[in-house]
Design a protein around this ligand. Structure first.
Ligand code: NAG
Ligand code: NAG
Ligand code: NAG
Ligand code: NAG
Ligand code: NAG
Ligand code: NAG
Ligand code: NAG
Ligand code: NAG
Ligand code: NAG
Ligand code: NAG
Ligand code: NAG
Ligand code: NAG
Length: 734
């Protein structure tokens, strides 16, 4: 490689005989660098390299800056690429697609370098032992594929270093806290080690970084205690250590960090109480302590943090009467997350004075009382999660909330248990909930019929009414809701037929214009999905993660499956399990090319299994058991790859994967045992339903895995045990 360079140097000496401002070695170096790029052309054709785009020289003609960020550069960066730019102070090649490893040679002559930004490239390999330049101030290597440990010698000469960002790489070993040891880098302000593979505990040392403002090291495999000396770095404005396995308590010494604005310890094992004097940190804006083991009551001093913008304390073991807290001074607060704790009392009235609130999460506590009309003073309220509490007066609550103009997601499942579904006539003509996209009223044993006012919710996309005591038919107007794509009515006492009108739901038809409207609404508070078959949980950010679904299982719906169902080409999940459907399986189901789950089990369907079903390429789960189906299971199709349990309980059905071969005369073996087996399975299924489908909104996230909404106390255990850091990390990297 060095050979190649000298050859190059020689050649360009011969060619460029003209006198120009730019130094010859720099000129050649740059051309050598450019020659390794495959695209796009840099247009470095004029003779004076000091005039080239991206180049700055000093008055002697030495190249001092090479700034080509976001130029779409592709190609190799070789260790010698820039080795002869001896006067280079600024190198910024960020946001390109450069490939290669930086070895010691790369930095060999760069001993004037002050700013090095190679972020967002495809660089790999280990870092050199030293950066050579003692002038170095900013190093940004984030979002590459670097690996190995960060050698502590890297910083030995870096006494002017202010910022070091290596986030989103694959570095291993310990977080080099030695970077702060006395006299090495006294000016350090920013350290970002997040999203790597660092492990072990955080060694003391950070406290010596007396000017440190930002410290991030989350999304690694860190364990151990929070290093006590961090409280000595009193200039700290941000501590972000989410998604790690740190434990211990957050000490009250944190009050020494008087500049702290962001404290993010999301998803660790921190225990103990919220520091009593946390409220003395008057600059606090973002407090993210959810998914830890914090206990005790909230310190009243917290209500003195008048600059708070987001307060996330969900999924801890916090308790106490929250109606005693005075939120009235938190005028900047936009998000309050107290979900999955043990709080008691009523919704504090003072909360309604936090006029900036966009999201309130109180799900999974022991709160009681009613929703007060004052909530309407929260003009920006978009996300409201109150489920799994002991609130009462659903009709009153809905009549109030209907006027909440900004409300997009309303999650009330598991509260208001045993009440009637609000169905007053005046609700129909009120035209409320005009921006509501998600309504979840599941798991509450609500009685009554599907109310007419729902037909006015023109923006409704997700309707979850499962596990109630709803009676009556599925109203035909449900098929007119223009944006509805997820209907869960499972586990009710709904009767009547499958309305043909449901087969006209615009979002389920194949209409490119409508499909492209798929909206990007992001939940203001993280909602967790639970992957049913592996017990893994995932954070759900967007409404669009839900699969297009019609789930009518466990009801009393009768009649035949309408042939029009074939129009719902975007449907991905269809469950008619455990109803009274009769007639044949319509051939048209084979038009549902996006179907991934089809459950027709436990009905009275008869006739054959149409062989056209084999064309459902995405089908991952299929169940037609316990019907009156007959004839051979279509052979040579992927239907035969499902377990026999998908077909059992159909005595006249034959062929693989069932054990009984297809023969002209009917095989009546096992007929006597059938009723018992049937009952047993039904019971098992119901128990399974309550256990597994406990909170009833079934959602989908990337990589075709199905999830259940957990947002739910019991499932916190799963979250703690099974969310793997790298899953989230993956998302954040993608
Ligand atoms: C860079 O280009 C030089 C000359 O064109 C070539 O000899 C060398 O192999 C290239 N280096 C890499 C890493 O591709
Ligand atoms: C070089 O010139 C071409 C054509 O004018 C242009 O498309 C390209 O972006 C230029 N390259 C750079 C790095 O500016
Ligand atoms: C590198 O250039 C990009 C784009 O102009 C800029 O955003 C970034 O701040 C620069 N890096 C440094 C360290 O100045
Ligand atoms: C650090 O920077 C200052 C001014 O920016 C400079 O005078 C000093 O020489 C630098 N120190 C080292 C060791 O390079
Ligand atoms: C480090 O770089 C990443 C981009 O790769 C950026 O998102 C992050 O904000 C940077 N860290 C700090 C503390 O600026
Ligand atoms: C914090 O600083 C104080 C005073 O500078 C010092 O006495 C103490 O040892 C330091 N604490 C830690 C944990 O380093
Ligand atoms: C915190 O501040 C108090 C007084 O302001 C001081 O006595 C104590 O040493 C400080 N603690 C640390 C760890 O710096
Ligand atoms: C809140 O701040 C006020 C004055 O700033 C102080 O008097 C009060 O004690 C503080 N409250 C708590 C609970 O710390
Ligand atoms: C809530 O408190 C009860 C007793 O008061 C306790 O049994 C339960 O474990 C607590 N739950 C949580 C999540 O802390
Ligand atoms: C239910 O709430 C409404 C509206 O706040 C109220 O008018 C009504 O009295 C409440 N009903 C009961 C039984 O408390
Ligand atoms: C709903 O009613 C059923 C049967 O009465 C009961 O087993 C179940 O626990 C109730 N569900 C709730 C959420 O109270
Ligand atoms: C999921 O968790 C439940 C309860 O802990 C357990 O019974 C079940 O076997 C688990 N399933 C899988 C696939 O790990």
């Amino acid at each position: 490689m060095a050979h190649g360079f000298f050859l190059f140097l020689l050649l360009s000496c011969i060619i460029s005989t003209n006198i120009h401002a730019c130094k010859e070695t720099d000129h050649s170096s740059l051309l050598f660098f450019a020659s390794n790029l495959s695209s796009p052309p840099l247009n470095w054709t004029s003779i004076d390299c000091c005039r080239w785009k991206g180049i700055t020289c000093d008055q002697d003609g030495w190249v001092t800056r090479l700034l080509l960020p976001s130029k779409g550069l592709k190609g190799d960066i070789s260790p010698f690429s820039l080795a002869y730019l001896t006067h280079l102070t600024h190198l910024n090649l960020s946001h390109n697609s450069l490939y290669g490893s930086l070895e010691t040679q790369f930095f060999f002559s760069l001993n004037q370098l002050e700013i090095l930004d190679l972020s967002y490239n495809r660089l790999f390999g280990e870092l050199p032992l030293s950066l050579q330049s003692s002038n170095i101030r900013i190093v940004d290597l984030s979002r590459n594929h670097f690996s190995g440990a960060i050698p502590s010698s890297l910083f030995q000469q870096a006494s002017n270093l202010t910022s070091f960002n290596v986030s989103n790489n694959s570095f291993t070993g310990c977080v080099p806290s030695s970077i702060c040891l006395q006299h090495s880098s006294p000016f350090l302000r920013l350290l970002d080690f997040s999203s790597n593979l660092f492990n072990g505990s955080l060694a003391p040392g950070l406290g010596k970084c007396s000017r440190l403002q930002v410290f991030r090291a989350g999304h690694n495999n860190l364990s151990g205690l929070f290093p006590e000396d961090i409280y000595n770095a009193t200039r700290l404005e941000e501590i972000a250590l989410p998604l790690s396995s740190l434990h211990g308590a957050v000490s009250d010494k944190i009050v020494n960090l008087t500049n702290l604005a962001t404290l993010d310890l999301f998803y660790n094992h921190f225990g103990g109480e919220v520091p009593l004097n946390l409220g003395k940190l008057s600059k606090l804006k973002f407090v993210t302590l959810d998914f830890n083991n914090l206990e005790g009551a909230l310190p009243p001093s917290l209500m003195n943090c008048t600059n708070l913008v987001e307060l996330h304390l969900g999924s801890n073991n916090l308790e106490g009467d929250i109606s005693m807290l005075d939120f009235s001074r938190l005028s900047q607060l936009t998000k309050l997350d107290l979900r999955n704790n043990n709080f008691t009392g009523t919704v504090p009235r003072s909360l309604y004075l936090c006029r900036s609130l966009k999201a309130i999460g109180l799900f999974g506590n022991h709160l009681e009382g009613q929703i007060e009309a004052e909530i309407l003073s929260l003009k920006f309220l978009s996300f409201l999660s109150l489920g799994y509490n002991r609130f009462t007066n659903l009709t009153g609550a809905m009549k109030i909330l209907m006027s909440c103009k900004s409300l997009q997601a309303l999650l009330l499942s598991g509260s208001f248990v045993g009440e009637g579904i609000p169905s007053d006539d005046d609700m129909v003509y009120f035209h409320g909930f005009q921006n509501l996209r998600l309504l979840s009223l599941a798991n509450s044993n609500l009685t009554g019929q599907i109310p007419l006012w729902l037909s006015k919710l023109k923006n409704l996309e997700i309707l979850a009414l499962g596990s109630n005591q709803i009676t009556g038919p599925i109203p035909s107007w449900l098929g007119t809701l223009p944006r509805l794509f997820y209907i869960s009515l499972l586990d009710n006492q709904i009767s009547g037929e499958f309305p043909k009108q449901l087969c006209q739901l615009p979002r389920l038809l194949y209409e490119p214009n409508i499909a492209s409207q798929a909206d990007q609404y992001e939940f203001e508070l993280l909602v967790f999905g639970f992957k049913i078959n592996t017990n893994q949980t995932f954070p759900m950010q967007k409404l669009s993660f839900y699969p297009v679904t019609i789930d009518l299982s466990n009801n009393n719906i009768s009649g035949s499956i309408p042939v029009e169902i074939g129009q719902l080409q975007l449907l991905r999940w269809l469950s008619l399990h455990f109803n009274n459907f009769s007639g044949i399986i319509p051939d048209q189901i084979s038009h549902l090319k996006n179907l991934e789950i089809l459950d027709l089990s436990m009905n009275h369907l008869s006739g054959i299994i149409p062989s056209s079903l084999a064309s459902l390429n995405f089908l991952k789960e299929f169940n037609a058991s316990y019907n009156n189906l007959e004839g051979p299971i279509p052979t040579g199709t992927q239907l035969q790859s499902f377990n026999a349990s998908a077909f059992e309980g159909n005595p006249k059905l034959c062929g693989a994967p069932l054990p009984n071969k297809c023969r002209p005369n009917k095989d009546m073996d096992g007929h006597h045992q059938l009723p018992w087996f049937y009952i047993f399975t039904v019971l098992g299924f119901i128990v399974g339903f309550w256990g597994v489908f406990g909170s009833l909104i079934i959602i989908k996230t990337w990589r075709y895995a199905y999830f259940q909404f957990i947002d739910n106390l019991q499932d916190k255990v799963y979250v703690m045990v099974t969310v793997r850091i790298n899953l989230m990390k993956k998302r954040l990297r993608d």
